[in-house]
Design a protein around this ligand. Structure first.
Ligand SMILES: *Cc1c(COP(=O)(O)O)cnc(C)c1O
Length: 221
């Protein structure tokens, strides 16, 4: 089933977004077993994204096929040490102190960590991230840190709201992404879109989507 779901999803996702950029599918693997994740990899998944450090560690050696590793969950600074050098892209840099600690700890290991800056596009209390109007300042400050390479922006749309409203938020994300991209050739990813809203997000210019349920089915409680 997981393998089939993956194949179907990969067929549904257009090769490029309206801006002509290739779309990367990241499988959101929280609460999934290594076996389930390996099935998704058999179905064509090349990128996997974890939310929880403990799960990431427990499953790290059990995943086949050497996929690219993403960290997409809220990250506590005291757990950074478990991820250093193992994560290809951190999506959820949502506050300065996390950026500073990640840079400091990366530098101490002689690494550069690739990151996205998380924007709280719907201004939701339950979600982390910088306000949209803070995005450029956050970019300036974070990209000045020595051991981080900022590669783009990440956002989660609210679960509720009219399609028109959600589209307007996604469009605002694309606009600020363009602004930052103009200044910096390393900026390439706009990570936005999950099972329920990835189509809309891709139509509005996302080029990286994080999908769990549509691949694995409903998550175990
Ligand atoms: C769980 C999760 C997803 C995937 O959500 P689905 O609705 O299951 O596709 C995407 N992004 C983040 C940050 C998540 O935590």
């Amino acid at each position: 089933m997981i393998e089939e779901n993956t194949k179907t999803l990969l067929e549904e996702i257009p090769a490029t977004n309206p801006f002509g950029e290739k779309i990367t599918l990241v499988a959101a693997v929280k609460l999934q077993t290594a076996d389930s994740i390996n099935r998704a990899i058999c179905g064509g998944i090349t990128d996997i994204g974890d939310n929880h450090v403990q799960e990431f560690r427990d499953k790290y050696e059990l995943i086949n096929g050497n996929p690219r590793r993403h960290f997409i969950g809220r990250l506590q600074t005291n757990k950074i040490k478990y991820l250093l050098g193992k994560v290809d892209l951190y999506h959820s840099v949502d506050r300065y102190n996390l950026a500073e600690e990640l840079s400091k700890k990366s530098e101490a290991k002689g690494l550069t960590s690739n990151i996205l800056i998380q924007i709280n596009i719907g201004n939701e209390e339950t979600k982390g991230g910088f306000a949209l109007k803070e995005a450029e300042i956050a970019y300036e400050r974070i990209s000045a840190l020595p051991a981080l390479k900022v590669e783009g922006l990440m956002a989660m749309l609210p679960f509720e709201g009219s399609e028109e409203y959600l589209r307007s938020l996604a469009r605002n994300m694309r606009r600020i992404f363009e602004e930052i991209k103009k200044k910096d050739g390393n900026i390439k990813y706009l990570s936005m879109g999950m099972s329920g809203d990835w189509k809309l997000c891709v139509e509005e210019g996302s080029n990286m989507i994080r999908v769990g349920t549509a691949i694995f089915g409903k998550r175990p409680a």
